[in-house]
Design a protein around this ligand. Structure first.
Ligand code: NDP
Length: 313
């Protein structure tokens, strides 16, 4: 499919895999890129040396374009950005911060920059910062999330109304039908996280993949608004956080319960009771762990079938 997103990234389908901490290393990113989508290395959980190694491996595993996601609140961000430039990465997705901070620097090195937002107000800032495209991510999404709880359905047309930037929709999308729906609302591509966590190539722990394929509706919840809003599986840790929030716990008290490296404990080490498990609402619709290339192909095929069905309405 040819449109502004596939042209921008030089890819076959405007299907973009999200940069998810502990889950999206070179194996997943290269598998998605090799299948014609855009694979992304999620650098948020990687020390700088790990990121360099993952980029080098990804370059060996695919000759197709791939990107790196950098959460702007990452502690060693200068080192990550230096490695991205040194290793010749061509596309960077930034999130959780001000898009102005790094866009010019990356552009000066010939790197395309896409920023993730959760509101139309922030989308306008992305345009003002000179980014090449914007991702609007709705409340359904896993992990870091918007404070205002705007759903993808509500967000896409409003972002479309304020900016002419190439627009990628995220949050609650896992199928070709979901992709078509997002495009009808004004998106030109989709970013998909949860469905790719449940892929063979995802580096998430097998227990975490099992949680996704067994998830039921209502099994996730947006938590920790006072710290950083994040959608989590309702496990023992999340329930403790919820009880504290219900009692009016302060930011400091929540941070104390959270502690350090809880995401690693869950998604990487496989502790499903006490880890921080970041998945989206759509997990309840993901029933099987499959190779990432098959997922890309299935989404592309289903999109075409759905498009024909809609034409007959
Ligand atoms: P914590 O502060 O609880 O823990 C830090 C974790 O990150 C540890 O597991 C640590 O590994 C690892 N890490 C990687 N690089 C560094 C570094 N340079 N300095 C310190 N620790 C590092 O943070 P979180 O686990 O909650 O989040 C980690 C990062 O991921 C943050 O930058 C955050 O912004 C990002 N993030 C991104 C999300 C997204 O949606 N893209 C969602 C959630 C978080 P080790 O234990 O081996 O020391």
């Amino acid at each position: 499919m040819k449109n502004r997103i596939s042209d921008l990234f030089q890819i076959e389908f405007p299907i973009i895999q999200a940069g998810m901490i502990w889950c999206s290393g070179w194996k997943l990113a290269s598998a998605v890129s090799n299948a014609g989508g855009l694979g992304i290395i999620g650098s948020g959980s990687m020390y700088p040396d790990t990121l360099r190694d993952e980029i080098l491996k990804c370059k060996t595993a695919t000759s197709k374009p791939f990107a790196v996601n950098v959460p702007l609140l990452y502690p060693d961000i200068d080192k990550h950005m230096a490695i991205i430039v040194e290793e010749g990465v061509k596309i960077v997705f930034t999130s959780a911060g001000n898009p102005k901070t790094w866009t010019k620097h990356l552009h000066d090195h010939g790197i395309k920059v896409v920023h993730v937002v959760s509101s139309s107000k922030f989308a306008k800032k992305v345009e003002d910062a000179g980014c090449d495209a914007v991702v609007c991510e709705g409340f359904e999404a896993g992990g870091h999330n918007g404070r205002e709880e705007t759903t993808t359905l509500v967000l896409i047309p409003q972002v479309r109304a304020v900016t002419n930037l190439p627009l990628i929709a995220a949050g609650g999308i896992s199928t070709g039908r979901g992709m078509l729906a997002a495009m009808v609302l004004g998106a030109e591509g989709v970013q998909i996280g949860t469905r790719f966590v449940a892929s063979v190539e995802s580096s998430g722990h097998q227990n975490f993949k099992d949680i996704i394929v067994n998830a039921q509706e209502g099994d996730t919840m947006l938590s920790m608004k006072k710290v950083v809003p994040v959608r989590l599986v309702k496990n023992d840790f999340q329930k403790r956080i919820q009880e504290a929030e219900d009692k009016g716990a302060s930011k400091e008290e929540l941070e104390q319960i959270l502690g350090r490296a809880r995401a690693k404990k869950g998604m990487h080490e496989g502790d499903m009771a006490e880890g921080e498990l970041e998945i989206g609402q759509i997990a309840s619709f993901v029933k099987e762990v499959k190779p990432a290339g098959e997922i890309v192909k299935e989404i592309g095929e289903e999109f075409e079938v759905a498009k024909k069905e809609v034409a007959n309405l």
